[in-house]
Ligand binder design. Structure first.
Ligand code: ADP
Length: 319
């Protein structure tokens, strides 16, 4: 393989730039040509394809977002759209593609491989919701952003003796809520993978208040419901002064942590190695600190699991 392409697709995550840099440098190291496709799969259809040189990915390893931009593309979900994408890739002579993104983007990558275009997926999402890897690129940075925000809220929560409800991202996965809740000693963590009862939450809050707790923190993953709704129910059921913060998109930005930069560098370069070795239709991941790869279809057929033991621990430590 002499010419490969790289794109970022779906929701962005910190560390995508470090992954692009790794792909470009590793490919050039192996004397391949590498092309950046802008705006995800949409750029394949609009021919936003440009050759990248070593210098083009300089000074981006520490930047959040993605130099190649990202987009969502409905046309790519149609067989005609994908056929057009392959024709555009063939016209430039690109023989393999690396897709950096989340599970939606991997469905696109899977379909490309099915129609004979070799594609490798690199997991980039703050949600950490992809089976086949312990961590996705961006999760660690988002986790630290959330922790940082909660630390600040905690200060004011203590000063005013308030209950704080904090909504964090995670539509289908509670990793960000669970990890940040554990890291910040939240009293209650609501995640989509575990059932909860509002009565239990109220009881916990009352118990804490009675034993003199100065504040309470409740983390709500967006997939469970909205933070404002949970806050409203607490206000209706108790006399506790309650405030709600929705962290929103600050969780998706910022300079990637050291962990995410290293992970992105390892996974991005491994994706190039796989294409060189004739492997396609796979996703690269990290399991027990070893870089591994698995079939994208297999990964997509599985459901992301929360670490149940960690969830139990969070409950034990917040009695
Ligand atoms: P993420 O990768 O963050 O999960 P999305 O779910 O929005 O993001 O998917 C990103 C893009 O991947 C979509 O806009 C579309 O172009 C492509 N895609 C998603 N699902 C499919 C599918 N079933 N078939 C083909 N392409 C898909």
């Amino acid at each position: 393989m002499k010419k490969i392409g790289v794109l970022t697709s779906g929701g962005d995550s910190p560390g995508m730039n470090a992954a692009i840099r790794a792909v470009v440098r590793k490919a050039i190291y192996h004397e391949m040509e590498v092309y950046g496709i802008q705006y995800g799969f949409a750029g394949l259809l609009s021919n936003d394809i440009e050759k990248l040189e070593i210098g083009d990915v300089g000074d981006i390893i520490h930047r959040g977002g993605t130099k190649l931009y990202t987009a969502r593309c409905e046309e790519f979900k149609t067989p005609e759209g994908r056929q057009k994408a392959v024709e555009n890739l063939n016209a430039v002579g690109i023989e393999g593609l690396i897709v950096i993104g989340g599970d939606g983007s991997f469905r696109g990558a899977e379909k490309l491989t099915e129609i004979g275009f070799p594609t490798i997926g690199v997991p980039g999402t703050i949600d950490n919701d992809i089976p086949g890897t312990d961590y996705t690129i961006g999760f660690d940075t988002a986790l630290n952003t959330v922790i940082n925000a909660i630390d600040k809220i905690r200060d004011t929560a203590t000063s005013h003796e308030r209950t704080y409800v904090i909504e964090v991202m995670g539509r289908n996965a509670g990793d960000l809520a669970l990890w940040s809740g554990l890291a910040d000693g939240a009293e209650t963590i609501l995640i989509p993978e575990e059932e909860y009862s509002m009565d239990d939450i109220i009881k916990r809050l009352r118990r804490g208040h009675e034993r003199g707790k100065k504040h309470s923190i409740i983390i709500v993953a967006e997939g469970v419901g909205s933070g404002p709704d949970v806050g409203q129910k607490i206000k209706e059921a108790t006399e506790l002064e309650t405030r709600v913060t929705v962290l929103g998109h600050i969780q998706r930005g910022g300079s990637p942590t050291g962990y995410d930069r290293v992970l992105a560098s390892r996974l991005g370069s491994n994706a190039v190695e796989l294409l060189l070795n004739g492997v396609a239709g796979c996703m690269v991941g990290i399991i027990n600190n070893k870089v591994v790869h698995r079939g994208i279809s297999e990964v997509l057929s599985e459901k992301h699991q929360i670490d149940k033991e960690m969830y139990r621990l969070s409950q034990e430590l917040s009695i």
